[in-house]
Design a protein around this ligand. Structure first.
Ligand code: DHB
Ligand code: FE
Length: 282
């Protein structure tokens, strides 16, 4: 049977991709972030996952304001990347797992999540940055299932709804018959606001609170509405919804392996949180 071995929350600031391309990881500006990722890479090397299920938000590459699903799931054999304007080199296509995608779609619809199914789906920096942080340029034959959550066009789904989405995904993965080791990724955050009067807004106290609650008691975050998250974490800090969904998919008493928090990278408070999911969770 498939097993969810752990979950990772990570920021996806596009400038991280630029720093990787320039081999700038050890520069003083970048090392507080990249050094924080080393324990994640060590853990991945020893745990050797086969599949990544990634909760992320599309930033206008695959969906635009004219057609915006609240939740969308990829069901493709591969996922191509394109430059959405950040000037990053285009990644090689990521391998999909359409069989697992359809298993998740069946299970999610049966549990009353009305998700858009995408048999053709472009993935943006919110997928490519975490993937290159995790595996560098040597992307192994890792398969991905991308699940997009709308954090862009209001009304946004609530934290409670995103936690339940993650829980439904976690239950469906536990039911999947392939003997695969799966890592769940929540991409985005932490607090940041790129536009408007509060551009540059960062809320360290709230970020650290969320990182703590995601380990011990994620249900407390469901007391917030998505507009509360905008107020507390910034217009783009609401990407925290992807972390909440990731945490929902971890069905056991999770153990924190590692975390890192650094302000700022570009305009963002960057967070990294690695959680192990025990085998007897369900
Ligand atoms: C930045 C952060 C993001 O989450 C994003 O999608 C784009 C840019 C930034 O801080 O530069
Ligand atoms: Fe973003």
């Amino acid at each position: 049977m498939a097993r969810v071995i752990g979950g990772l929350g990570t920021s996806h600031v596009p400038a991280i991709g630029g720093a990787i391309a320039r081999h700038a990881q050890h520069e003083p500006y970048w090392s507080p972030f990249f050094d924080g990722f080393v324990p994640v890479c060590d853990w991945l090397k020893s745990e050797r996952p086969d599949i990544v299920v990634i909760f992320y938000n599309d930033h206008g590459l695959n969906f635009f304001l004219d057609k915006m699903p609240t939740f969308a799931i990829g069901a493709a054999a591969e996922y191509r990347n394109q430059d959405e304007g950040w000037g990053l080199a285009t990644s090689a296509p990521f391998l999909g797992d359409a069989r697992l995608s359809w298993h998740l779609i069946e299970a999610l619809v049966a549990q009353e999540f009305d998700i858009a199914t995408c048999q053709d789906m472009l993935v943006d920096h919110a997928v490519t940055i975490p993937m290159s942080l995790m595996w560098g340029s040597e992307l192994p034959r890792i398969r991905i299932v991308p699940i997009a959550i709308n954090t862009v066009q209001h009304p946004l789904p609530s934290p409670a709804r995103c936690l339940r989405l993650g829980q439904a995904v976690g239950r469906a993965l536990a039911d999947y018959e392939e003997d695969a080791r799966i890592v769940i990724v929540g991409s985005g955050g932490l607090s940041h606001q790129l536009d408007g009067a509060r551009a540059g807004y960062i809320n360290k106290t709230f970020d650290l609170y969320c990182m703590q609650q995601l380990v011990d008691d994620p249900a407390t975050l469901t007391e917030y509405s998505s507009l509360d998250l905008v107020e507390l974490a910034g217009t783009q800090g609401v990407e925290l919804l992807n972390w909440i969904a990731m945490r929902g998919a971890l069905t056991g008493e999770v153990r924190k392996i590692h975390s890192n928090y650094h302000v700022p990278i570009s305009n963002t408070a960057t967070g990294i949180l690695l959680l192990e999911n025990p085998s007897d969770g369900l």
